[in-house]
Design a protein around this ligand. Sequence first.
Ligand SMILES: [Zn+2]
Length: 495
Amino acid sequence: MRHRLLVPGAAALSLLLAIPASAADFTPGAPGVGDTYYPESGNGGYDVSHYDLRLKYQPKTDLLEGTATLLATTTQDLSRFNLDFGLKVSEIRVNGKKATFATSGKHELEVTPAAPLEKGRQISVVVRYAGKPSELKIDDFTAWARTPDGAVIAQEPDSAVWWFPSNDHPTDKATYDVSVAVPDGTQALSNGVLASQTSKLGWTRYNWRSDKPQATYLTTLAVGKFDITTDTTANGLPVINAVSKDLGANEGSARASIERTTEITEWLESVFGPYPFNAVGGYVPNVPARYALETQTRPFYGKKAFDRGTNVSVVVHELAHQWYGDSVSLKDWKDIWINEGFAAYSQWLWSEKEGEGTAQELADYVYAQHPADDPFWKVKPGNPGAENQFDGAVYDRGALALQALRNKVGDKVFFDLLKSWPTEHKYGNASVADFVTFAEKKSGKKLAGFFDTWLFQPSKPAAGAAKRSLGAPRGPVAQPKSWKQIAATHDTHGH
Ligand SMILES: [Zn+2]
């Protein structure tokens, strides 16, 4: 019966398809890229290659105004497309011609160009806008932090919608020119290198350039009064570190931590291979936050990350992300382990190098700390769910899985994996499943069951699941010297 009804239906459909392709094929781009956790993140129908942001910011009033120029290529025939953005827009031009636009959802901007856009076409999109980012609330939250002398934007998984229009998902990476004018005596910091700086009529303009693919959430801006140190590494990489002038008692501990950036980058190169970007550094603004973020080439460190003194371990973590998270980005936010598991494990390796506890001792400690009925084991690092995306277990259980892998495949294969993954996936995107396949290929071992146990089961792996005696009963496990600093790093991500 159903089948008989289907036949005339199919005939009607083929008649519909006979409508001239020029009209029927131009459809709106999707309002999201289809992320498992954040369906509204990013947009379909185009791929951005470059962002040019030319902005002006007045700290006194929090007014941010300017123009964003996006260069993109269409990936379908588009009747219209979406940008992700929250501030007030006054004009949009597509290929130089005025477009109409409307807002929808939490942060969608629907752009209808004067004429439909064919697939495979290079387009330019110019957006003029102004607004006070601290007043933009999405789910009662603003990622824009005002400080006594400026403002900072550094948040995960979303931050771009508070300050520039974008295709806001890590799968669409692009290069950036970020130019920001601020009142004389104030600085504007962003990613990459400072290409130039000019002063006119009381305003100083800072022009930053990040010339390798960069995810939107890794693009950062800090306005304020900073003490800035510049240097070059042994292989000529520019180093730019900045510490707010008003950190008070934390100034020394913050500076002593981020001034280790060059040394840590050199060590990370020995573990992960050549550093992938055009600059390195870090900044500590006067933001009363404990978290840090791997903003590309220039990690953000909240002032409170240094409340208990120096924390070199957090610097190791954020710089490790330059390979794991920034150069090789996740495909979907459910793949967060390919960022955090490795960044956390780099802290274990640093501890091992510094003689403050081997990675095996840290693994034994984590394993022993959490009895089988601890909710810790309910969190699956391989797909933790949006609500647990930055749970401590993603970091600790995530790193534990890597120590188990090291025991399973041996040091030679394991350290080759750590180096070859960022080399072979440089500037791209990858999933947890991609890593499993990669590890199987490199080791010649079947590892799907192994990774299922360590990353995807909501339960404590049996002690014998690792080749070595991980978690085998042998009396109380001592806390490694490095543990407190390591633990202090990950009570901090996200919001
Ligand atoms: Zn991290």
